[in-house]
Design a binder for this molecule. Sequence first.
Ligand code: BTN
Length: 315
Amino acid sequence: MLTLLKLLKDGKFHSGQDLGVALGISRSAVWKQLQLLQAELNLPIHKVRGRGYQLAAPLSLLDVTQIQGGYWPVQVLDSVDSTNAEALRRVDDGCQAPFLLLAERQTAGRGRRGRKWVSPYGENLYYSLVLRIEGGMRQLEGLSLVVGLAVMRALREMGIPQAGLKWPNDVLVERRKLAGILLELVGDPADVCHVVVGVGINVNMQATEEVDQQWTSMRLESGHMVDRNALVTLLNARLHEYFDRHRRDGFAALQGEWEQSHLWQNRPVTLVAGANQIQGVVLGIDAQGALRLQVDGQERVYSGGELSLRLRDDS
Ligand code: BTN
């Protein structure tokens, strides 16, 4: 079935006859495989009499041989529940970090605060990098914000100059979400632990009814299809560079750069913490990556994975 998908990924028409010859199977077997492709991967395929079959949209498939840079071993999975969940299972099984898992699709992609991450086949990036952290708490301070910076830099270099950050680690264009980050940790954070750096980027997705918030994709913003292997290559390089700076100089050295890219700096916001809502104005972040808000004329500091920020003039 995947060989068939690779033949169709260019988004052009292919006759049933040509596909059958290329795969060494009959035209009716081609038809059956096409049905399976549509059903299992949820990929719409057009059939036009006299022309053949065509994917509704071309795909840029992941290919380890096209991902440059040898910072960490890379594996591409075709389908998985969640690359983060699979990475955690592999840590548990004793796999040696660092390693990177990518998938063409996730059937149970997870987002922050228990939300799901919509992960259709072959369109976006589902990226989980596992790091072994030995430096104790200092190496973890602000780490998720550092990942946000690296992702944003990669996206800007890939043709989305308007990408910016929203605390703690969303990458947005205006109010539309382009990328999300989910860090999951196992082990003893004060001693030796493993961190799974999960990054989801909306790359070539053009339509979905499943996402329950304002979203965008690189393709929608730039108007052209993005090579996902080139994106992974650049993301690896930026993450490697920012992790180095973080390890060497600590998060405080990146605090100013982060604030400069914060889209909601000095804006009135509501901070949602479970059932509580706190109204304030964003002052910035502190040297550990916590949010600094002006609340009732006083500066207060907030941190924690369950917090989320909304603009106060949101309707
Ligand atoms: C968010 O809610 O903003 C975080 C989304 C993180 C999604 C990525 S996709 C790769 C990795 N695997 C997952 O299940 N989640 C993360």
